[in-house]
Every structure is written in structure tokens, then in C-alpha cells.
Design a protein around this ligand. Structure first.
Ligand SMILES: [Zn+2]
Length: 148
């Protein structure tokens, strides 16, 4: 039977495992913990179920996946890999740059555009200002050239 360690009282040497198979908490004694590590809340375990007058208890508890391992797995899952909606592959989007600013991201397999980045507002203002200056310069230059 599979379950998850709910908690473990180190001083008293016992704890409880929750099993979703029977939707119940199962008592365990540390003597039945057949692993090198100390039981930890959220450890995934496999055990044999037994019962006496006091209730259900676990025997021969084997650690399947420790809480720490689960945590590490979750954090590596939080990488920036996504599923390409075009080719359904798990990808890390390739970012294309325009004028040193991220412009868009693409699937490395099929080249599909994943995301177009919003242009930086400062970049837009900067570009517009330069265009205005060029137009003004041309206008002033042509006016001066007409005079002389
Ligand atoms: Zn793709």
C-alpha cells in the first residue's frame, strides 16, 4: 500500500502515514521504517497494512520518494520549458533580439512564434524623438538652402 508521511515524532519514535487508498491515517513505529533517512512529513512510502484492536498500523515501510526529492523535482519543473502549441514539443523558447531588446520568442523545432514582446516604452519614445529630430533637421536645412 502507498501513502504519504503525515508527521513523525522523533522523540517518541512514531508517526502517521496518510493513505489515499483507504483515505485514512495509519500509525507507524520507527522500527518499521526500513530506510536510512529519518521520516519526514510528505515522504512518499510503500508499506504493508496491518490491524489490531488499537487500529491500523504500517509494517515494512519503504521510502519511495523523499519529501526533499519531491521538492527538488518541483523546483526543476518550474523551469521555463513550455509546450509548443504548434508541434507539441517541450521547448525552451529561443529569443530573437531587435536593437538589443528582446523582440519575440520562437520554437527551436518548428520556428513558430511563441510570444511577441512588448516594446520598451522608453525605446519607442527614443525612436520617435530621433525621427522628429531628423524631420526637423531636413525641414530647417531645406528652408535655409532656399534662402541662400
Ligand atoms: Zn514548435
Amino acid at each position: 500500500m502507498k501513502g504519504t508521511v503525515k508527521f513523525y515524532q522523533e522523540q517518541k519514535g512514531y508517526g502517521f502515514i496518510f493513505s489515499s487508498e483507504i483515505n485514512e491515517d495509519v500509525y507507524f513505529n520507527i522500527k518499521e521504517w526500513k530506510n536510512e533517512s529519518i521520516p519526514n512529513g510528505n515522504d512518499e512510502v510503500e508499506f504493508q497494512l496491518d490491524e489490531n484492536k488499537k487500529g491500523k498500523f504500517a509494517l515494512n515501510i519503504n521510502l519511495l520518494k523523499s519529501a526533499l526529492e519531491k521538492k527538488e523535482e518541483q523546483s526543476t519543473k518550474k523551469d521555463d520549458r513550455i509546450i509548443c502549441f504548434n508541434c507539441n514539443k517541450k521547448i525552451v523558447p529561443r529569443i530573437m533580439y531587435l536593437n538589443a531588446a528582446p523582440y519575440s520568442s520562437h520554437c527551436p523545432y518548428c520556428g513558430e512564434t511563441i510570444k511577441k514582446f512588448q516594446h520598451n516604452v522608453i525605446f519607442i519614445i527614443f525612436t520617435v524623438t530621433i525621427i522628429i529630430f531628423i524631420v526637423m533637421f531636413v525641414f530647417i536645412a531645406s528652408t535655409i538652402l532656399k534662402i541662400f
